[in-house]
Write a protein that binds this ligand. Structure first.
Ligand code: FES
Ligand SMILES: [Fe+2]
Length: 365
């Protein structure tokens, strides 16, 4: 048995934060460990794939690839969001790439044609095939649900709905009115690192004085980890003046009117397990979708959102290359045969939580 799939390997990772070791470096590279993550994490839980306002019109679609999932997310003729396997029911060809608008999905191989609800409508040349009925060969569908203007998908046929997954997070964030924000930009990065490397970096502040010394590190902030009462998420609140997303000297936008009082000061950093992150200030919001494309490759999708009545300008995208770069450096270091587990600081609490959340699932009997 691969020792990475044996619970005894992780006695030191399972200890409390300040006694614990980090995950063995091979957990960020190993094919068996990654396969367990695909099977038990990315194909059982909910994964953010877009903002709903990125698909405003009937026939608008985008394709999303993560773990071993390949989906078309589409707005159908009734205006509902649907998700279909990006795989033709004839002989499996990938149907669509990128994003766009279409009236029907036409396979590039033999032109089988599907309606926007996934039903197979055209299959010319199949008339003599015995017992072939088009209604049996619609696109395979995945679950889609939305919250706060975000689109989530799950390829698990059953299991918790999105509301159960998020728990009390929607209540905790209600004052930000995320559903009223508009998306001003979506940027995709292809990063040569394991998905956990990127998520761990995003959720710890220990690296800020070094990696971001020229940018946000000049802001003074107090870090308050918040206990999750219910739901598959972790949240950190940073108390500071102004908006975290902007650099010193920028005045920012007018704060969201419902974000007031002590609760509304500063910003929040949220990890929705497994790999969706939000950064929310009192005037702006960013989402970060980590889509694993292999043990050592991750697509990171950054979406910037603002209240409806302001226009986008300087924002988080300027920091992201710093995090992408350090994540690739970490991956290179983890890939050394002589790499060994390390230790954690109090500022790496969510690193420890994520790693143990992953182990709970990867190692479950
Ligand atoms: S594979 Fe799609 S029509 Fe043949
Ligand atoms: Fe960072």
């Amino acid at each position: 048995m691969n020792p990475l799939l044996d619970p005894h390997t992780y006695a030191s990772v399972r200890k409390p934060l300040l006694e614990a070791e980090t995950l063995p470096p091979a957990c960020y590279r190993d094919a068996d460990f990654y396969r367990r993550e695909v099977e038990r994490i990315f194909t059982t839980g909910w994964v953010m794939v877009s903002r709903a306002d990125q698909l405003p019109a009937k026939g608008d679609y985008l394709t999303v690839d993560y773990a071993e999932v390949r989906l078309i997310v589409m707005r159908d003729l009734a205006g509902a969001l649907r998700a279909f396997a990006n795989s033709c029911r004839h002989r499996g060809a990938r149907l669509l790439d990128g994003r766009g608008n279409c009236r029907a999905i036409v396979c590039p191989y033999h032109a089988w044609t599907y309606a926007l609800d996934g039903a197979l409508k055209g299959a010319a040349g199949m008339e003599e095939t015995l017992g072939f009925r088009k209604e049996d060969y619609g696109l395979v569908e995945a679950r889609v649900e939305t919250w706060g203007g975000f689109v989530f998908v799950s390829v698990a046929p059953a299991g918790p709905g999105l509301a159960d997954w998020l728990g009390d997070l929607p209540d905790a964030l209600a004052m930000y009115r995320l559903e009223d924000m508009i998306t001003t930009r979506r940027v995709e990065y292809d990063v040569a690192c394991n998905w956990k490397v990127w998520v761990e970096n995003f959720m710890e502040g220990y690296h800020i004085p070094t990696v971001h010394r020229a940018s946000i590190s000049r802001q003074k902030a107090v870090n308050l980890p918040l206990e999750t009462k219910r739901g598959e998420y972790q949240m950190i609140r940073e108390v500071h003046d102004g908006s975290r997303g902007l650099l010193d000297g920028d005045a920012g936008f007018p704060p969201i009117p419902t974000v007031v009082g002590e609760e509304g000061r500063g910003s929040r950093f949220i990890l929705i397990y497994p790999a969706t992150m939000l950064a929310i200030c009192n005037d702006t919001m960013w989402s970060f979708e980590c889509h694993p494309l292999g043990p050592e490759r991750t697509e990171v999708v950054l979406t910037s959102c603002f209240p409806r009545d302001v226009t986008a300008r300087a924002d988080f995208a300027e920091l992201l290359p710093e995090d992408n770069d350090i994540s690739e450096k970490q991956q290179l270091g983890l890939a050394t045969m002589l790499a060994r587990p390390g230790r954690l600081s109090p500022k790496e609490r969510i690193v420890h939580k994520l790693d143990n959340w992953v182990l709970d699932r990867v190692l479950a009997a």
